[in-house]
Design a protein. Sequence first.
Lengths: 56, 551
Amino acid sequence: MSLDHQTLVGFAKSWGLFYLMALAVGVLIYTFWPSNKKRFQDAKKSILDEDDKPWM
Amino acid sequence: MVAQLSKGERQLSVIVLLALALAGLAMAVAGRADPLGVHGIIVILFSAALIFVVLAQFNAPEPSPERLKDYYDDPSKVGIVLSMFWAVIGMALGVWVAALLAWPDLTIDAAWASFGRLRPAHTSAVIFGFGGNALIATSYHVMQRTSRARLPGQFSPWFVLIGYNLFCVVAAAGYFMGVTQSKEYAEPEWYADIWLTIVWIAYFVLYIRTLARRKEPHIYVANWYYLAFILVVAMLHIVNNLAVPVSLGHAKSYSAFSGVQDAMTQWWYGHNAVAFFLTAGFLGMMYYYLPKRAGRPIFSYRLSIISFWGITFMYMWAGSHHLHYTALPQWVQTLGMTFSLVLLVPSWASAGNALATLNGAWHKVRDDATLRFMMAAAVFYGLTTFEGSFLAIRPVNSLSHYTDWTIGHVHAGALGWVALITFGSIYAVVPWLWRRQAMYSARLVEWHFWLALSGTVIYVFAMWNSGIIQGLMWRTYNESGTLTYSFIESMVAMHPYYIARAFGGLLFLLGAIIGTYNVLMTITGHSKAVEEVGEDMPHRAGAAISAEPAE
């Protein structure tokens, strides 16, 4: 199989599509995974702390 | 500032600066009368000046180890001031080039002041000088706070900041001499590109090292955006600038790509520079400073994650919409168009997330111009991304491309989104960094806000009008099938809009000058801002301002 224009087009139109769909599904699973909920809740609140020193 | 460096770091600084001066000398010798030689002399002067700065305090006593218990903010402070300085220069150049289009005689008959040289100086000064310094300064600030860890060393943050500004100076000086590799937003030549690559890799390593030291296990979403900005800009910069110099003694180089491949590489770079330099990094700012200033957590953390991955993976494919109706294969154009349309989803998710965060705090938006800067930025972000998706549709592009509509779109994004979120973040971070109760003058922040907003609106409306008129005039045929209007007739029709655009830009520049004055007065500790606050962050600076009604 030579690496010509048609090969690249075929690759982009097949695997490119699958990879983006797999990525979308993966991101959604990560985002809505039940045990991640608490971590995200903590993350969005923790930046509002007023302390301004590194944790030791 | 130098006294805060340890003795070893001071020695390292002098060694690196000497090496840089030697590199400058080599450039000057090899380049001679070529612009490369002039750049060599600039590098020597730049390094020599900094060597004197370091040597002046070289023998100062070793700094107290107590400093390691605090965040390291000196580079952020310098970065903020540099950012405001570049903003004034870049926007002044912008007003000048805008005026040149309305009154071409303003070019003062000097080669360096021709439109083709001033224009890249304007774009680089605002994007890289103003935007880039603000990104570096705020990224240091945000990554330390969200990681709850101090920067890993004191040398590399300075190396990145100062090295980056050397790149900006070399770029700007080159444009005035006529140096360009003719790639939009990637105009600097090969040696400047190599230097930026070194600086950028140091930046990436610094960010990763800070994250590796983090005490907070979860990496806050703002860091993801900053990291995407650093990583992707490195990729874009390296690939798009692959070139072969004519010789080691010449500034001129030739791209490794040719024809339509070169065009596609350039616009893959160009559009992702918009995506990752002008969007991802500034979204990082928004996701940190907006909730912080509003005193409310981001509306939906999950939505911010989904929009992050959406933006990161879809922008990569959108660049080909810059090449509609060209030699680029039709399917690649369609791919770019489709991804540009889908991009509206994560873009509006971010804009909506920001506005929904403010829902319930509208009284703060009313009273606090700093927060209002950020709110207006989110609105413009939503408007501009909608417009961008629309303009990427091929038939729409046939009307808009090569007209002022594109310039209007870019400035709705650059002024309305990038500059407003930056000014908002700077007003939020300056009292915090210098430990002041608030900005020197809340009234001047108000003035800046309204000047910036009205300047942007005037600019964008002028360009919408002129762009659409231009596009229609260029495609109007008469009964015999020839063009109804000559090109010069479309130029005459543009004249009033060009005057309006220059005026809008002038208002925006005035706002930036006022902002710079306000920042400098806050730093130097004049009157209202003088009251220093204790160890931790000043008690929500916004709350202090919102006690007084807005002017």
